[in-house]
Design a binder for this molecule. Structure first.
Ligand code: ADP
Length: 243
């Protein structure tokens, strides 16, 4: 379970996240949805411990700053970062050692094959394309078997095959009880994945919705009616408004 309580973050005078609160229940997929600049990355980076913020984040009931909480979650950044001097395989070895997790060869092979990295495992970090880096970054997050996983705009930069594999993997993770938070502005990519959605705009959560709140589960309609970016729908779709 992931709980965010009154999270606020300022960059100078810019209030990028303003009292953001939401809960992704255990084994569910939460979507942080909003236009560019809404504050999604700021929230994700704060949860991941990369930014100082005010408020509270609980991962599996523990403060996100605690070591035990850090051990149980993984983060896939929007812009992947690779170590130039490590090979693809060495990235996996490094991350499992850092998390104190056994590197399971079968699991690694299955992951590399899914993301077409098996024949690229000896390539160095600086020899990879952006899409390949993104795939390595996803594999690094998955190999530690996280209980909670955060993905910031994970579909951007991936080819269609990798997007399909990622979606399938996320569904498998959910079935195994993993709690997932995805930030995105690409409605199409998360349509069949989501359980709860938080629509964010100008640093605030404008509405929180469970799939069962929406008869047809149509995220497009919900998004445009909440943000007013395109007048395609009347009303609020029956969800809970927080503003
Ligand atoms: P999103 O991920 O939804 O596109 P961000 O969290 O990246 O939104 O940005 C939210 C707001 O914070 C924007 O107004 C952005 O310009 C600002 N912002 C983000 N990062 C920084 C930074 N490092 N310094 C100053 N302002 C920032």
């Amino acid at each position: 379970m992931l709980e965010v309580v009154g999270l606020s973050k300022k960059y100078g005078k810019t209030l990028a996240a303003d009292q953001v609160s939401f809960v992704v229940p255990a084994g569910k997929v939460g979507i942080l949805l909003g236009p560019n600049g809404a504050g999604k990355s700021t929230v994700i980076k704060s949860i991941a411990g990369l930014l100082r913020f005010s408020g509270k984040v609980l991962i599996q009931g523990q403060d996100s700053r605690d070591l035990e909480a850090k051990r149980s979650f993984a983060y896939v950044p929007e812009i992947p970062y690779m170590y130039d001097a490590l090979t693809v395989r060495e990235h996996m070895e490094f991350i499992t050692r850092a998390y104190g997790v056994e590197l399971d060869e079968d699991e690694l092979k299955a992951l590399f094959e899914r993301f077409e990295l098996w024949d690229k495992q000896d390539k160095l970090g600086n020899e990879l394309s952006k899409g390949m880096m993104q795939k390595v970054s996803i594999c690094c997050a998955l190999i530690i078997r996280p209980k909670v996983i955060l993905l910031d705009e994970p579909m951007v930069g991936l080819d269609p095959g990798a997007i399909r594999e990622l979606k399938a993997l996320l569904i498998e993770l959910r079935e195994q009880g993993c709690t997932i938070l995805i930030s995105t502005h690409m409605l199409e990519m998360v349509k069949e994945l989501w359980d709860v959605t938080f629509v964010m705009e100008k640093g605030r959560i404008r509405g929180s919705y469970a799939r069962e709140d929406l008869g047809n589960g149509d995220l497009d309609e919900l998004y445009f009616s909440v943000t007013g970016h395109e007048q395609t729908a009347e009303g609020n779709g029956g969800g809970t408004w927080e503003q």
